[in-house]
Design a protein around this ligand. Structure first.
Ligand code: G2I
Length: 665
């Protein structure tokens, strides 16, 4: 195997810039305006670990928003241009160059002692049509000109240290992507691009970059084989980028560290290049917590692999993220919210890098100008002027007291924005409100001014809704049940339902466990093998409450004393002649831990196993049997793991494996 090519010049330059970073990091707390008790910035923590921590920079907010700039320069020591260095931005027509966005990014980085990763030279997307329609000879020349000119322009700039030379050249099953590059030039365009880039800047670190290659799978294995073969031919591939556009609903690629380590063993540098972790809307505290754990996992994986140079987050604020544009009901993928307040994800990254963000003791400023609007007989809208905080405001508590004086203020809700709608109020009744702010470390501000609200009289209506009927339960699992009922009617309209629950099959007290504005409700968090009784009642806009419905008794399923399991399988991609099933998710549905699992499935005639990961799969006749690998048999109740496999099938056959069932042990 060829040793990595490291010229003396390049080695010297890297040492110089790391030294600069270390110096800057050491002095940052003194130079910056942040108060002494602020969380230590990510860049200081990362530099102490010998890693970079960066973000994808967007030119417009960098030019126009002070809050964006402040975080960009305080927290990060590396920048990748999110779009400004792509072909369509830099060379929109042949040999007509526009460096405005690229220069803006590089100048900002230089001014703030940050390093720049150039993104991206040869990609099938965001490349102008004039390139795509060229014949082979002209296309190769255009590629060489583009690389030579763009890389050459920044070759002497010590901030610009690395480039994505080729981006996303694989399809999901590990074949070469059928792009205009591949279709016109064949796979030789990859080696050529690296050679042109090396010639243009012998000191730059040259990377191949892709997504869905974080775990060990068909695509990452194809990438591994390509990097190995290119380096054996002295093609200057120095680095592998794992984009890491993750999503909490697909599970964490638990073999990320193992995967990076196998690439590192080829002699290349590895890096996380485009990290974001999206959730399905709406955002909840529980999803924030899962997301924070994923961020922790990624940072820990990079820290554990010496060859991992650092992590670039694909943006940093939810205000500017590609995710909602591409995945309409997903988002909130980044460590800062829309208002630049830190989220649990920020605290997780900071903590994983060795910081103690929770040691902060400075409270946020007091929210001011609390005001009410849109008062009805049962609701009010509150809004206020946002607080500020040294480590960022993470949310607000909404407090309410009864009447115009006396009584006690109790918390009735929380908000992550500077507004809140309070509902379920009684008509013709006075309430007082206050809000206070919280920061990521749990410090709370003083309370705001008090605003007094009197709900309107509504219709003067005193007629209660009819009682809901036909309350029934369905889909009961070991931890949840789905309730539905027949709607109530009311002379002024039903505004919602209260869901009441009592323990056991008799006795006990019914207490409210939720509300619904529809005629169904899903109650979660139940205990296995346990009986519960439910009732619902309706409310109207004037605050009148109906009699309760019939009672339904529900007993949750056992989940198994030795643990039971469930399985879901997804066809990730398919093509003529084969398909990949990934992820196959195995979940412990029981109440006790399991130490092994077996998934069986049916394979149509002529379908053969050609690859597998994270499980031990055998086939016999038309049956596939997957058992856990040595490292993923242990599952706590509720915990999941995933595996995957690749199948070849006869041409013209579009069927896929089916009938997945899971058993333990
Ligand atoms: O798709 C996410 C990333 C996957 N890996 C390569 C990255 O380069 C890619 O980044 C995204 C940017 O975050 C988006 O901002 O690449 C997209 C283009 O494929 C970028 O979106 C484009 C929009 O599609 C255009 O409409 C817009 O004009 O951004 C352009 C500039 O704002």
């Amino acid at each position: 195997m060829t040793p990595p090519r490291v010229s003396v010049h390049r080695a010297r330059r890297r040492i110089t810039s790391l030294a600069v970073l270390a110096l800057v990091s050491a002095f940052l707390p003194v130079l910056s305006a942040t108060p002494a008790s602020a969380a230590t910035p990510l860049r200081t923590l990362a530099a102490a670990k010998g890693k970079f921590i960066g973000f994808a920079g967007a030119t417009s907010p960098l030019a126009n928003e002070a809050a964006y700039r402040t975080i960009a320069q305080t927290e990060f020591n590396q920048i990748t241009a999110e779009n400004a260095m792509k072909w369509d931005a830099t060379e929109p027509s042949d040999n007509s160059w526009n460096y405005s966005g690229a220069d803006q990014i590089v100048n900002f980085a230089v001014a703030n002692n940050q390093i720049v990763h150039g993104h991206t030279l040869v990609w099938h997307s965001q490349t102008p049509s004039w390139v795509q329609s060229l014949g082979a000879t002209a296309m190769r020349t255009a590629m060489q000109d583009h690389i030579t000119t763009l890389v050459g322009r920044y070759a002497s700039n010590t901030a610009v240290q690395s480039w994505d030379v080729v981006n996303e050249v694989f399809d999901e099953n590990g074949g070469f992507r059928s792009s205009f590059w591949y279709n016109t030039l064949g796979q030789s365009f990859i080696a050529d691009a690296f050679r042109y880039a090396r010639a243009a800047d012998p000191d730059a670190r040259l990377c191949i970059n892709d997504y869905n290659v974080e775990g060990i799978n068909a695509k990452s294995t194809a990438m591994y084989n390509l990097v190995q073969s290119l380096r054996a031919q002295n093609v200057p591939v120095d680095c592998v980028g794992f984009q890491a556009h993750l999503a909490t609903q697909y599970g964490f690629p638990s073999d990320l560290q193992q995967n990076m380590a196998r690439f590192a063993a080829l002699g290349v540098q590895v890096r996380i290049t485009e990290l974001d972790i999206r959730i399905q809307t709406p955002r909840t505290a529980a999803k924030d917590t899962t997301q924070a754990q994923y961020y922790t996992n990624v940072v820990n994986a990079c820290l554990a692999v010496t060859a991992c140079a650092g992590i670039t987050i694909w943006g940093f604020t939810d205000k500017y993220s590609w995710v909602p544009d591409t995945f309409p009901s997903e988002g909130f993928a980044l460590p800062y919210d829309n208002n630049y307040a830190v989220k649990p994800a920020y605290t997780a990254i900071n903590t994983a890098l060795g910081g103690s963000p929770n040691n902060d003791t400075q409270a946020p400023t007091t929210p001011s100008n609390l005001a009410s609007s849109g008062v009805t007989s049962s609701s009010v809208n509150l809004s206020w002027t946002a607080s500020t905080d040294n480590v960022g405001v993470s949310g607000y508590d909404i407090l309410r007291a009864p009447g115009t004086s006396g009584g006690t203020f109790a918390q009735v809700g929380t908000s992550t924005t500077a507004s809140f709608g309070d509902t379920g109020l009684t008509a013709s009744t006075a309430y007082r409100y206050q809000v206070r702010a919280r920061d990521a470390a749990g410090n709370t501000s003083a309370v705001s001014n008090t605003v007094t609200v009197t709900t309107s009289g509504g219709t003067g209506d005193t007629q209660a809704p009819t009682a809901p009927t036909s309350l029934a339960a369905a889909g009961t699992t070991s931890s949840s049940t789905n309730l539905s009922w027949t709607a109530s009617t009311d002379n002024v309209g039903v505004t919602g339902y209260d869901i009441l629950r009592a323990p056991g099959t008799s006795g006990g007290t019914f207490a409210q466990v939720g509300t619904s504005t529809t005629t169904s409700f899903s109650n979660t968090g139940l205990t296995a093998n346990t009986a519960y009784r439910y009732q619902v009642r309706a409310r109207d806009a004037a605050g009148n409450v109906s009699a309760v419905s019939n009672t339904v008794t529900v007993t949750t399923t056992g989940g198994g004393t030795g643990g039971g399991c469930s399985v879901t399988a997804t066809v990730q991609t398919q093509w003529t002649g084969g398909y990949v099933i990934q992820p196959v998710t195995v979940t412990n549905t029981g109440t006790s831990a399991i130490t092994s699992w077996t998934v069986t499935f049916t394979l149509p005639s002529g379908h053969a196993l050609v690859g597998q990961w994270n499980g031990v799969i055998t086939t016999s006749g038309g049956t596939g049997t997957a058992k856990n690998a040595a490292y993923n048999g242990n599952l706590a109740p509720g915990q999941s793991t995933t595996f995957g496999f690749q199948i070849s099938r006869p041409n013209g056959d579009s069927s896929t494996a089916s009938g997945f069932t899971c058993t333990t042990p």
